[in-house]
Each structure stands twice: as structure tokens, then as C-alpha cells.
Design a protein around this ligand. Structure first.
Ligand code: UDP
Length: 368
């Protein structure tokens, strides 16, 4: 008889949701995390009474009613709607790509004019079947928007030419022929009132959590404690990188408190030119309609990840996906260990899909 039914490695959303469901169905659970705090990359902390998204901006959005109802059991969500502004060398454009953007770019007024403009630029580029992000972007929005709003930003974010990136990344963004600046095509959207840390705290309520401990440093000891392990860390690190290293993009934030109530008038301003070294500036207070006298802003710098850095975005190109498939085969033969989450599955998950994946695991494990 082991002490716990489950050891959950990683107190991010995937792990916390699994732990919550397992506990609720009467299982004993221990959650550990190598960081000194819970929440994984959704962790927020108050600075000047403003909830700062420490590992990058997170805006909850979903079409999944079950997920929405689930998270609403643990937090109240405000009515925040993401509408980032793009700043290209001082010119401002609305995002995502919609009638406001087309009007700002070309002066067109009707959807018909906008569609004609895009169609002409697409034809000029001669793209029939888009094979990469560059071709996908041009065929969705034309060359002008690609060059001013996509190319520089994407190449800074991913550190690779758009012609070598997978097309699916750009398909995350809507293209609309309506005047609608909502970045997401989602039925439900908002920010948990009081921050994400509180949401994860509520998920983990009554569950034993140990922080600042690295599972892989003393794997055998931890394994001895539980019947099963839910591992949400990086899959290649679990196997000591024996097949090679999966590539990630990392992000570095320069965060500062400014003695002004309003720095940029919006939660997110993307700097879409190639010269500005950061990709975007986040002004955290606007996620919660803050009225504080000061403001906190974070400049986001993207970099190639190396062993020891914080991994953020899996680079899901063919090479890495093939390597991941090999690791996955190893993982499937690992007795009593379940791999999940953005790092465990090497997948560019959104918060709602990671929660859905965790709930699906709960069903499979019979704890839901
Ligand atoms: N993107 C872009 N210009 C922008 C914003 C996004 O070209 O101003 C592209 C870029 O390739 C990025 C992708 O859209 O990687 C997805 O952006 P999203 O905002 O979904 O990324 P996340 O918020 O996950 O960093």
C-alpha cells in the first residue's frame, strides 16, 4: 500500500484540474512543483495592487461549455475581451484582422472592397495551396498585412523565417469581414477576478502541495509514495534527453512599475516591426479594468530555449513532432506514469484545451 493514489508533478492547470477531480472522487493526491509557487505559467502575483501575469498574458477563452462551467466553479470571471492593438513603426492597427484593420491599412470601407483587395494580393503572390506560415498568411490577409502585422512579429516570436514555420500557428487568429475587434472566436471569455493564482488555489483547496521540489532529482523516492504519477513536466527531460532535445521558445519579461495611471491604454500592444526587440507590451491593470494610481508594464522578449531556461512555446514543426512521437512511444511503455499538459505532450495548448484534456484523463482514470 502506497501513501497516495496519485502523485501529480506540476501545479499548473493540467495538474491542478486532475488533482481536484481525483480528490473529489475520494482519491489521495500529492501535488509537487519545482517552482516556489503554484499555477505553472498562469501564475499571477499582485504588484501595486495589480495582478501581474508573471509568465505572460493569459486570457481565458473557450467554446467548450463544460470547461467554462467547470472553471466557473473555482473563480468568477470578468467581462474582459481581448482586443490587442498592433503598433507598426508608430502606425496603429486593430487586431485581429477585421474591417477596422482593413480600413486602417487601405482605406477600404465595405467588406466587398476588403475582400477584393486581399484576393488581388493573394493572386499576385500566386499561392494556391499554402505550405507554410508565410503562404498561409498571405492567402488569408494579403501581402500588406503580412508584411506589416505578421512577418516581423512572427519572426521575432519564433526566431525562424515564416517560410519555415507551420501554417497552423497563424490559423489561431481570426480574419473577419465585420467590425469586431474581439481577438477570439469564443463564446466565453474573461479573466478570473483576483487573478489566476486564486483560481488554482481554489482547485487545490484541501490538497497537499509541496513546492520547490524537483521530481526528477529524487524520482525513485517520489515514485515510492504513490501508485500512479501524473507528470506534466517536459517529456524529453523525463527521459534525460536520451533521444535529443525538443525545441522550445522561451520568453523573458522586463517588468516595471510606472508612476502613471495609464501607459498605453490597452492590455496588449504588439510591436509588429522587425526592429523593436520585444514582441509586445502588456499593461496588466487593463485585464481587470484597474483604477490603481500606478501601472505595471511588461515588455516581452522572445528567445530560443536552451536546457535550464523556462520552456514556453513548443516549436511544433515536422522535426520536433517526429522526435516527440519517439518520446511518446517511450512514455507509453512507462509503467504507472501519465504524461500531460503543454510540456508533457509537447503541444501548443490553450488553457481551455488543457483543462479539457485533463478532464478527459479524469474520465479515463475513473475519477470523474
Ligand atoms: N501574430 C502576428 N501578429 C500579431 C499577433 C500574432 O503575426 O500581432 C501571429 C504570430 O505568428 C503568433 C500567432 O499569430 O505566433 C499566434 O498568436 P497568439 O496571439 O495566438 O499567440 P500567443 O498569445 O499564444 O502568444
Amino acid at each position: 500500500m502506497k501513501q497516495y493514489d496519485y502523485l501529480v508533478v506540476g501545479a499548473g492547470l493540467y495538474g491542478a484540474v486532475f488533482a481536484q477531480q481525483a480528490k473529489q472522487s475520494g482519491k489521495s493526491v500529492l501535488v509537487i512543483d519545482k517552482r516556489p509557487h503554484i499555477g505553472g505559467n498562469v501564475y499571477t502575483k499582485p504588484v501595486e495592487d495589480i495582478n501581474v501575469h508573471v509568465y505572460g498574458a493569459h486570457i481565458f477563452h473557450t467554446n467548450d461549455k463544460e470547461v467554462w462551467e467547470y472553471v466557473n466553479r473555482f473563480a468568477e470571471f470578468n467581462r474582459f475581451t481581448n482586443s490587442p492593438v498592433a503598433n507598426y513603426r508608430g502606425e496603429l492597427y486593430s487586431l485581429p484582422f477585421n474591417m477596422y484593420t482593413f480600413n486602417q491599412m487601405w482605406g477600404v470601407v465595405t467588406p466587398e472592397e476588403a475582400e477584393a483587395k486581399i484576393q488581388a494580393q493573394k493572386q499576385e503572390a500566386g499561392i494556391t495551396e499554402p505550405k507554410n506560415l508565410e503562404e498561409q498568411a498571405i492567402s488569408l490577409v494579403g501581402k500588406d498585412i503580412y508584411e506589416k502585422l505578421i512577418k516581423g512579429y512572427t519572426e521575432k516570436q519564433w526566431g525562424r523565417p515564416c517560410s519555415e514555420l507551420p501554417a497552423f500557428i497563424i490559423k489561431r487568429l481570426p480574419v473577419r469581414f465585420t467590425f469586431d475587434n474581439n481577438y477570439f472566436n469564443a463564446r466565453y471569455q474573461g479573466i478570473p477576478v483576483g487573478g489566476y493564482t486564486k483560481l488554482v488555489e481554489n482547485l487545490l483547496d484541501g490538497i497537499e502541495v509541496r513546492l520547490s521540489v524537483d521530481y526528477l532529482d529524487e524520482k525513485a523516492e517520489w515514485d515510492a509514495l504513490a501508485d500512479k504519477v501524473v507528470y506534466t513536466g517536459a517529456i524529453d527531460r523525463y527521459f534525460e534527453y536520451r533521444l535529443g532535445v525538443l525545441e522550445y521558445r522561451s520568453v523573458r519579461f522586463e517588468t516595471e512599475v510606472l508612476d502613471t495611471p495609464n501607459f498605453q491604454g490597452n492590455a496588449a500592444v504588439n510591436y509588429t516591426d522587425a526592429e523593436t526587440p520585444y514582441t509586445r507590451i502588456i499593461e496588466h491593470k487593463w485585464f481587470e479594468f484597474g483604477t490603481q494610481p500606478k501601472t505595471v508594464v511588461s515588455r516581452e522578449y522572445s528567445s530560443e530555449w536552451k536546457v535550464g531556461d523556462e520552456p514556453y512555446y513548443p516549436v511544433n514543426n515536422e522535426k520536433n513532432n517526429a522526435l516527440y512521437a519517439q518520446y511518446k512511444a517511450l512514455a507509453e511503455n512507462e509503467p504507472n506514469v501519465i504524461f500531460g499538459g503543454r510540456l508533457g505532450e509537447y503541444k501548443y495548448y490553450d488553457m481551455d484545451t488543457v483543462i479539457a484534456a485533463s478532464l478527459a484523463l479524469c474520465k479515463k482514470e475513473g475519477v470523474r
